[in-house]
Design a protein around this ligand. Structure first.
Ligand code: SF4
Length: 279
């Protein structure tokens, strides 16, 4: 059987959603936990693999598309959200997932992140955040602490205030915002299920330790605490973020509003595609 051959079983386990490709992640990488959680969620929701598309960016974590037995697409750096948005709009019958890291999503793709939040296409965005560029050997990323001295390129620290994904998402209008920990696959799987079932843009920042370039992140287990209380009140969400130490997990914000649907897409994907044709 080829690595991503269709599955014909009627009841699928989490293992059935894993492809035959062996992950090349470093042993102990947090991304293994995300793969486990994602496949648990797909099995729990009983989603047919051929009805799920996983769009990934570039970086260690973006390899997850190859390791998941659903339709996958490995895009160019930072462009995961435009690709996923286009697919979600043109094929509303599919469950569309987007995945990538903090560099892919918040630096190269930072502009797309902001507009995906406000656009609110119906998709789930999983950001595996380890505050470092792992694939290119450990440079500071947008979410790196300003005093992190672990990179030879910034031996005295990047000296820049880190990007705050949840604050940016809330300010930009994302309707579903959560944070999770990669080494809690059951808790993460529950959040992924909720995000997939949410009718709009659902973003989960996943603290996913890079044990090779940020070995101190192995201490995350002692620091995470599940204290976000879901709210649809802006003042409460902002108060929670003001008090946040970066390790609060759970669903922060859920405020339903109509998901983005271009007029031409109503009911007929072909009419949407035709609407983009230049005569
Ligand atoms: Fe994971 Fe870091 Fe290794 Fe990349 S370099 S696979 S992020 S542990």
């Amino acid at each position: 059987m080829s690595a991503n051959a269709p599955i014909t079983m009627s009841v699928l386990s989490a293992r059935d959603y894993k492809s035959d490709y062996k992950p090349v992640w470093c042993p102990g990488c947090g991304d293994f936990g995300v793969l486990n959680a994602l496949t648990k969620a797909l099995a729990a929701l009983k989603l047919a693999p051929e009805q799920v598309a996983l769009i990934a960016g570039i970086g260690c974590s973006s390899r997850i598309a190859a390791y998941t037995r659903v339709y996958g697409f490995h895009g160019v750096h930072g462009r995961v959200l435009p690709l996923a948005t286009g697919l979600a709009v043109a094929r509303p019958d599919l469950t569309v997932l987007a995945a990538g890291g903090d560099g892919d999503g918040f630096s190269i793709g930072g502009n797309h992140f902001i507009h995906a939040c406000r656009r609110n296409a119906n998709l789930t965005y999983l950001v595996m955040d380890n505050a470092v560029y792992g694939m290119t050997k450990g440079q500071a990323s947008p979410t790196t602490e300003c005093d992190w001295t672990g990179s030879e390129l910034t031996p005295e620290g990047p000296h820049q205030a880190p990007f705050k994904p949840l604050e940016i998402a809330l300010a930009a209008g994302a309707p579903f915002i959560a944070r999770a920990f990669a080494n809690d696959p059951n808790g993460l799987a529950r959040l992924i299920c909720e995000a997939i079932e949410f009718p709009g843009f659902a973003m989960i920042q996943i603290l996913s330790p890079c044990i090779t370039y940020r070995p101190e992140q192995m201490g995350y287990k002692k620091r995470v605490h599940e204290d976000f209380q879901p709210t649809d009140r802006l003042d409460q969400a902002w108060q929670a973020l003001v008090a946040d130490d970066g390790f609060t997990t759970g669903l922060l914000w859920r405020a339903e509003r109509p998901a983005y649907r271009p007029h031409a897409a109503d009911g007929d994907p072909a009419s949407l595609i035709n609407s983009f044709r230049v005569e």
